[in-house]
Design a protein around this ligand. Structure first.
Ligand SMILES: [Zn+2]
Length: 175
């Protein structure tokens, strides 16, 4: 089911989400289906975004759905277990402010993330560059942290229209 995405200012986005202890059950499946439906709809609507975290649809649980062409998986209880000291700069946005604006932030270039699948099996994924940044963004949501908290400086903010003009990475076909 497509759920409303909570918006910046909503206190549920600021809560530290709780760990999932029960796997392989209907309620977890339903939550992942809602995340998937909501992510698909938001990707179409905003022509942007590769992931969504459960707190964004009002479920304060440690689960995020990653939806990139090369890596699509729910991550249950994801945790960064290794991070490079090397960082890189990126203009980032979020469905929780409807991708209205972008902020300049730093992210670890490379990370290793431990996570569990829907059946409770443990996995690790090594990610760098854009995937690394995405995983850090979604894991932040589980800790109540939004990209606006990570702005490098006060001038590190631009509207979506300027971001498109500067980076031309929007492939939206919408006229
Ligand atoms: Zn976000």
């Amino acid at each position: 089911m497509i759920k409303p995405i909570l918006q910046l200012g909503n206190e549920l986005l600021r809560k530290k989400a709780s760990r999932i202890n029960n796997f392989d059950n209907k309620s977890l499946e339903n939550l992942v289906r809602d995340l998937s439906d909501t992510l698909n709809e938001a990707q179409k609507r905003f022509c942007y975004g590769r992931g969504i975290a459960a707190p964004q649809i009002g479920e304060s649980k440690r689960i995020a759905l990653i939806g990139t062409p090369s890596f699509r998986s729910p991550l249950v209880n994801p945790k960064i277990i290794n991070a490079s000291t090397r960082k890189f700069e990126i203009w980032d946005s979020c469905f929780s402010f409807n991708t209205t604006f972008f902020v300049l932030i730093d992210r670890h270039y490379k990370i290793t993330v431990e996570y569990f699948d829907m059946k409770g099996e443990r996995h690790t994924v090594e990610a760098e560059n854009k995937l690394s940044e995405l995983l850090q963004h979604e894991i932040d949501h589980l800790d109540g942290i939004l990209v606006t908290d990570r702005m490098k400086h006060r001038k590190g903010i631009m509207m979506r229209s300027e971001w498109i003009r500067n980076f031309k990475t929007c492939t939206c076909k919408k006229k």
